[in-house]
Each structure stands twice: as C-alpha cells, then as structure tokens.
Design a protein around this ligand. Structure first.
Ligand SMILES: *Cc1c(COP(=O)(O)O)cnc(C)c1O
Length: 360
C-alpha cells in the first residue's frame, strides 16, 4: 500500500485511523451481523449512530440548544436553493457579498426566489481578498445576510464577520467546518457539505436556529423544507446512512485530538509552515491578501505557467497529489484540511524548497 499526501480541495483526505476503523467494521458493525450500509435507517443500531453523530456536532461546535442539527442530502449546492426558499419568505430579500464562485452560485440561485442585494464583491482582483463593508449599505429589511465564510477556490476566509445586527447571518462553511472554533450563536444558519472536512460526499450538515424554521415558501419542495427534516430528526426519508456513520467516526477522531480548539492549533501550525515559506520564497508566492488568508486552502503560484506545470508534475511523482489550482486562478492550491498531518505540509515545503533550488 502506498498512500499519498492528498491536497485535494474535495472530496479530500480522511484520517487514516477513521478509514481503518471503517474497514474493521465493514462486514459487521458491533454485534449487528451486518455492515452499516446494509442497515435499516429505522434500526436501533442506526438510530444510535445518527443520535451519536448529532451529539458530537453539538459537543464539538458548542451548538446552543435553540439550534437544530440536520443531516441532509443534495450537497452544499442544494442549500443555495433551500436557504432562500425557507428563510426569504418574509420580505423576499437578502444581502450578500460575492467572494468567489460558491458565493456567486448561491447568489444566482437565491435570485430565482428573492431580490438579492450585492453589498460588495472582490471580483475585481480575482477574489483574492475579502471586501471591507460599510454597515450603512446593508438592507434594513433583508430576511438574511449570506456569506461564503471560507472560499475554497481562492483561499480567502472571513476573519471578521459582518455586523448584521438582528438580521440572521447565514454562512457556507463547507471548507472550514470544525477546522477552527466558530461561535454558532452569531449565525442564523450554517451549512457544510461533508466532503471537505467531515467525511465522504453525500451528507450536508445544517445547523439552523429554531426561529428560522417553519416559514418555507409554498413552492418549496417537501424535501427542501427544513421543518420536515427538523420534525423528523433527519429521518423523514432515508438519509445517507454510511456517510453519517463515517462523519461520526471523523468527529470521534477530532474529539480524541482534543476537540476543535486543539485541531485549530494544529491547523494554524500547518498553515504557518506553508505561508511562512511562501512569504520567504523567491520563486513561489501566495495569491491572497495576508489578513484574509484561509487556514484550509492555500493557493500559490510561480510567475511562469510552464514552471507551475512542471512543479505540479514533479510533485505528483513525489507523492504530493492534487496540487493543481482552480482553472480560474491557475497555479497551485494546497488544501490542508484537518486530516492532513503536519508532516505532510512539512514534506511539501521541503519539496518546494528543493524545487526552488533546482529552478533558480
Ligand atoms: C465544495 C463547496 C460547495 C459545493 O458543495 P457540493 O456538495 O458539491 O454541492 C459549496 N460551497 C463551498 C464553499 C464549497 O467548498
């Protein structure tokens, strides 16, 4: 077996301990005589899995009691429609900031149902920064204010949240969930597709404040209504059972590491190793405004496309894979989610140094 260092933006690396445990339990989970994949979602064993999964989300993210934790399907992208259909039924209005492709897609979807007021955009500089906002430009009657908190493609993160007062703040945290502490009480709704930091593709975690549930538009499909899923504890229909099980194992792994705060320390260390080198390198440079840098997704370039391609090719041969940047940015991107060990980043930087020496 030869496992590589996988810097994919998603689906991405999972902790090896988690995969090993899943392997061990593949043929028989506990005393059940079957795999989790073969279990009824109404069975006692699965009930314990999904309840344990919810309890871990609540514990690790310190979710207040007046929030529901839901495990849905349809990816982060379905949330782009669910949010306006459920939260935008009062004034049919929301505010947003365009910080990249995912915010753009969410906006296009919301515009099918609502009037979307774009407060600011960082499109002018290829989304390499988070715009500074002027509160006085926010809509007074918006049903919610939407942001993409960590921009997977461009490697920016909102390090200071917009002050929206009583207007619920809604955030896409797909690529940063449980990578650092987040104060859930500051948000009306948080969501994350699991495949970046929590498990395999197929589960979407939604954390929603109670008062935002129960006001869906009439046109809202049953499966897109948060109320249906909240009332049925995410068991209205068959949920992605195996994905939920793996997500639980991933969270047990986070808990064993000391929880989100402890994992955040490790993530800060990993990011610092890479950013410090990028700041000192004469060949490579980061592409993002320093104060807006993501802990999870680190885009970087040399100023020569051929050299970028050469680097990606040689890195792959050396066991560092999926380092190609998004086509809209070019260059490279290292996604260093929770499961990427410190050693993986140290070795990548050592490889980059060697490449820099050889290509002076
Ligand atoms: C990957 C990603 C999405 C899309 O998620 P899907 O599960 O593929 O729909 C949305 N937002 C962000 C920030 C992402 O990184």
């Amino acid at each position: 077996m030869s496992r590589v260092y996988n810097f994919s933006a998603g689906p991405s690396m999972l902790p090896e301990e988690v995969l090993a445990k899943a392997q061990k339990e593949m043929l028989e989970y506990g005393q059940s005589g079957m795999s989790v994949m073969e279990m009824s979602h109404r069975s006692k064993d699965f009930e314990e899995i999904i309840e344990g999964c919810e309890a871990l989300v609540r514990e690790l993210m310190h979710v207040p009691d007046n929030y529901k934790v839901l495990f849905l399907q349809g990816g982060g992208s379905s949330q782009f429609a669910m949010i306006p259909m459920n939260l935008g039924n009062k004034n049919k209005k929301c505010d947003t900031v365009i910080t990249g492709q995912w915010a753009k897609k969410a906006t296009a979807e919301a515009e099918r149902y609502l009037k979307v007021n774009i407060i600011a955009s960082s499109a002018d500089k290829t989304f390499s920064y988070i715009p500074k906002l002027d509160n006085s430009t926010f809509s007074k009657d918006a049903d919610y204010f939407y942001i993409c908190m960590n921009n997977t493609i461009y490697g920016t993160k909102w390090n200071t949240l917009p002050d929206t007062g009583n207007i619920p703040l809604v955030a896409d945290i797909s690529s940063m969930v449980m990578s650092e502490e987040i104060d859930v009480s500051k948000f009306g709704l948080l969501f994350a597709g699991a495949q970046k930091n929590l498990g395999p593709a197929g589960v979407t975690l939604v954390i929603i404040r109670d008062d935002l549930i129960g006001n869906a538009m009439d046109i809202c499909p049953t499966m897109f209504n948060y109320q249906i899923h909240a009332d049925n504890k995410s068991l209205y229909n068959t949920p992605p059972t195996y994905g939920i099980y793996i997500m639980k194992l991933v969270m047990e792994w986070i808990k064993e590491k000391g929880g989100v705060a402890a994992v955040q320390k490790i993530n800060e260390k990993k990011a610092a190793i890479l950013y410090d080198y990028l700041d000192s390198s004469k060949l490579f440079r980061g592409t993002v405004a320093k104060e807006d840098r993501s802990l999870m997704n680190v885009p970087f370039v040399t100023d020569d496309d051929e050299l970028n391609a050469k680097f990606i090719k040689e890195a792959k041969e050396a066991g560092f894979v999926n380092l190609k940047g998004h086509r809209t940015v070019g260059g490279m991107r290292a996604s260093i989610y929770n499961a990427m060990p410190v050693e993986g980043v140290e070795k990548l930087v050592a490889f980059m140094k060697k490449f820099e020496d050889e290509n002076k």
